[in-house]
Design a protein around this ligand. Structure first.
Ligand code: MRU
Length: 357
């Protein structure tokens, strides 16, 4: 069976004849699972805010949204010359890049968009916009294709009857479609392989409970939600066959930044002899960083820890730490699955070589 997905980010065309797209339309993931609502905008501040507050989130989806959002915002530019249009695009790209620091896909996508704009400086402004729209479409379509390939490679790691633990949401909602960590699960579903998923709820913002549980249920996958502190006990009782997670940035040595709590799950998996797999497209690798120690970790608003969905669960003035991500050392990762195949440690220069080819 084929699994159908909602479009995480898409265009709303200005008109059927228009050469450039109109607004960008995205699922407002802060409203899930209570209601399925969309944001439609061409306003750069609204796009920045959507990324900041996690209306759109997940490393690949952030990159896709920034690329499409940049075109949507720049097409309203009053610039009459190509130089001015490119200067306006640069200003807006730099602004969008300031929304969140950890997912490298954001900077990767914006760099691609600006290269295309700058390479075409001799063209008319409208032609540059058309080239930028084509590039944003390419980023979106390549992401969807990479996720399918990750699924095709990753499904080889699964067997009939397996139970997979996942953390945060690295599914269709976190990508153009199909997901990274959830891609082998969807591929297994399509191929009729019987598997089961345990989803960590993923405090503080509950991406596992709100998003992973929702999208897996929507796709007809057998999913059971657990609190984050239940994973150890499940592994101890032999109920987890493997862990599959996504990533926001992977350094040249294979260290992996992902949602806070991932490192703890990796330590648990190592102790219990459970394979720990990271699944990510090549746009998530940052081989300019030698190790994970150089990955910038986003610190978020303390209120996210003092409250759950707007309801206070702690003293209003208690001191709080709220790092959004942690770094799992490469030695705890059994394998990294990307669209090009499965990499196992020790990686040496293989990650940099794979990205280069
Ligand atoms: O803060 P978020 O929700 O953007 O964090 C998302 C994650 O940590 C995902 O696991 C990661 O971006 C991979 S998504 C394919």
């Amino acid at each position: 069976m084929t699994v159908e997905f909602l479009k995480t980010v898409e265009w709303v065309p200005l008109s059927p004849e228009s050469l450039v797209p109109g607004k960008v339309r995205l699922i407002d993931q802060t409203r899930l699972p209570v209601s399925l609502e969309y944001l439609e905008t061409d306003d750069v501040e609204e796009i920045w805010h959507a990324i900041k507050v996690l209306k759109v989130r997940g490393a690949p989806a952030i990159g896709v949204c920034a690329a499409m959002g940049l075109v949507a915002a720049v097409q309203n530019s009053s610039a009459v010359t190509s130089d001015r249009l490119i200067a306006d695009a640069r200003k807006k790209a730099d602004y969008l890049a300031s929304s969140r620091p950890t997912a490298v896909n954001l900077f990767w996508a914006l760099a691609r968009m600006m290269s295309v704009a700058e390479e075409n400086v001799g063209m008319l402004p409208v032609q540059i916009l058309v080239r930028m729209a084509e590039e944003a479409n390419a980023i979106r379509n390549e992401d969807a294709a990479m996720c399918r390939s990750i699924g095709a490679h990753g499904v080889a790691l699964l067997n009939e009857g397996d139970s997979i633990l996942t953390h945060c949401n690295a599914g269709s909602l976190a990508t153009a479609e199909f997901g990274t960590a959830l891609a082998p699960i969807y591929t297994a579903k399509e191929r009729g392989i019987g598997i089961k998923v345990f989803a960590d709820e993923t405090r503080p913002l509950l991406q596992g409970a709100r998003l992973t549980a929702w999208e897996l249920q929507h796709a007809g996958v057998d999913v059971t939600l657990i609190c984050d502190n239940m994973a150890a006990s499940l592994m101890q009782s032999g109920r987890i066959s493997c862990v599959m997670v996504g990533s926001d940035r992977i350094a040249a040595n294979g260290d992996v930044a992902n949602k806070i709590g991932t490192y703890g799950v990796a330590v648990l998996a190592k102790y219990h002899g459970v394979p720990f797999y990271v699944l990510a497209p090549s746009s998530t690798f940052d081989v300019s960083l030698a190790t994970g120690a150089d990955i910038p970790i986003e610190q978020r608003d303390p209120v996210e820890v003092r409250e759950i969905q707007g309801i206070r669960t702690a003293p209003s003035d208690v001191a709080v730490l709220n790092p959004a991500f942690d770094v799992t050392p490469a030695e705890l990762v059994t394998a990294i699955v990307c669209e090009k195949g499965i990499l196992r440690p020790a990686y040496g220069r293989r990650i940099a070589e794979m990205i280069a080819c």
